[in-house]
Write a protein that binds this ligand. Structure first.
Ligand code: GLA
Length: 400
């Protein structure tokens, strides 16, 4: 019986009827840039082209940020046959030419839609047009779809997201499928085979420790989002990631806060989607987002989300197992004031139940290097003294 089912599925696959998400995309968390956090609806062709140019010039493409993603507000109307068009005033050359430009820079092209009648900014949604939209995206050369959840009424999320997954697959062009359903239906429980990532919370805002009140809704601070991730780690892995939302680095927090935000997203094995203005980036912001050693923690091929091992007095101690027996270790200071700490490694001997990896501070001596200050190195044979400024981190890579 099992053989018959496998043979049947193989037949369906061969005929393209047995849809799936595109395999082998996002084996490590996706990296790129998206319009929304900084520009919201104020987007146009010139911004996208300038951003593509800057992504190359600033070394972001080399650092791994390969997706350039348009968020909401690129849309025009549907045509007489129901196909979606772009806003011709904002994008006079059209999406195909824009995609060609993005590709010519060695980048990949991302776009945004919504499973409901309308997008969150009230442009046409994909409900009832999923296959048409997927076809159009393939024609435009789209490589990434962020798919939102506004105006979905009583739609079943599993059905809606699976429908779009199948439409993308049928259109035949590999597309990284990024679900944006805000964690409402616990997508980590069901979306592993549907999407490459799923948003785990509502929207992020420019705030480190305080949520931002927008009147009818709140955008979440970095710490609020972080506090909602810890229980989700067992659901993440190569090809399917928890998405704590896009980065706000460079959008108004302090340098310390930006560094802590970026570091914690790397510890979470989160998609790293930048959202700042690249035409006016500061050297501090650039240094944060291009820290290759920190990015390597996020992109580690083991694909295990980090865990919070201990928290006391507003200080958290996070570990993330890495390939080759290494560990990333981060001390997060949630307080506004600096803390002076003594880290006795023996206090952190533990086995991670998810990866079955152990820190062996009682048996072995690790070498460590500070990932934000490469001059600081040491060994775990003796306790480490460290000062962590307020709203900041100390981050290390430990190797045997
Ligand atoms: C929702 C999403 C955001 C952004 C906006 C666009 O709020 O969660 O990330 O895409 O819609 O309208």
């Amino acid at each position: 019986m099992k053989r018959i089912i496998i043979a049947f599925c193989a037949l369906l696959l061969a005929t393209g009827l047995c849809a799936q998400k595109f395999p082998d995309l996002a084996l490590t968390p996706q990296m790129g840039w998206n319009t929304w956090n900084k520009f919201a609806g104020n987007i146009n062709e010139q911004l996208i082209k300038e951003t593509a140019d800057r992504m190359v010039e600033l070394g972001l493409v080399d650092a791994g940020y390969i997706y350039l993603n348009l968020d909401d507000c690129w849309h025009g109307e549907r045509d007489a046959n129901g196909f979606i068009t772009e806003n011709k005033e904002k994008f006079p050359l059209g999406m195909k030419a824009l995609g060609d430009y993005i590709h010519s820079k060695g980048l990949k092209f991302g776009i945004y839609s919504d499973a409901g009648r309308q997008t969150c900014a009230c442009f046409p949604g994909s409900a009832g047009h999923e296959y048409q939209d997927a076809l159009m995206y393939a024609k435009w050369g789209v490589d990434y779809l962020k798919y939102d959840w506004c105006f979905t009424d009583n739609t079943n999320p599993v059905g809606a997201y699976t429908l779009m997954r199948d439409a993308l697959y049928a259109a035949g062009r590999p597309v990284l499928f990024s679900m944006c359903e805000w964690g409402t239906s616990s997508p980590w429980r069901w979306a592993k085979d549907v999407a490459h990532s799923w948003r785990s919370t509502g929207d992020i805002g420019v705030g480190f420790s305080k949520d931002i009140d927008n009147g009818t809704w709140k955008s979440l601070s970095v710490l609020s989002i972080l506090d909602r991730q810890d229980t989700l780690r067992k659901y993440a892995g190569p090809g399917h990631w928890n998405d704590p939302d896009m980065l706000e680095v460079g959008n108004g927090m302090s340098v310390n806060e930006d560094r802590a935000h970026f570091t914690m997203w790397c510890m979470l094995a989160a998609p790293l989607i930048l959202g700042n203005d690249l035409t006016s980036i500061t050297k501090e912001t650039l240094a944060i987002i291009t820290n290759k050693d920190m990015i390597a923690v996020d992109q580690d091929s083991l694909g295990v989300q980090g865990l919070k091992l201990k928290a006391e007095n507003g200080v958290e101690y996070w570990f993330k197992p890495l390939k080759n027996g290494d560990w990333a270790f981060v001390i997060l200071n949630r307080n506004e004031r600096q803390v002076n700490l003594k880290v006795d490694w023996k206090d952190f001997v533990f086995t991670d139940p998810l990866s079955s990896r152990s820190t062996e501070f009682d048996k072995a001596i690790y070498s460590y290097v500070n990932l934000w200050d490469k001059g600081v190195k040491g060994k775990t044979k003796s306790p480490m003294s460290v000062i962590v400024p307020g709203h900041d981190v100390a981050a290390y890579r430990l190797s045997l």
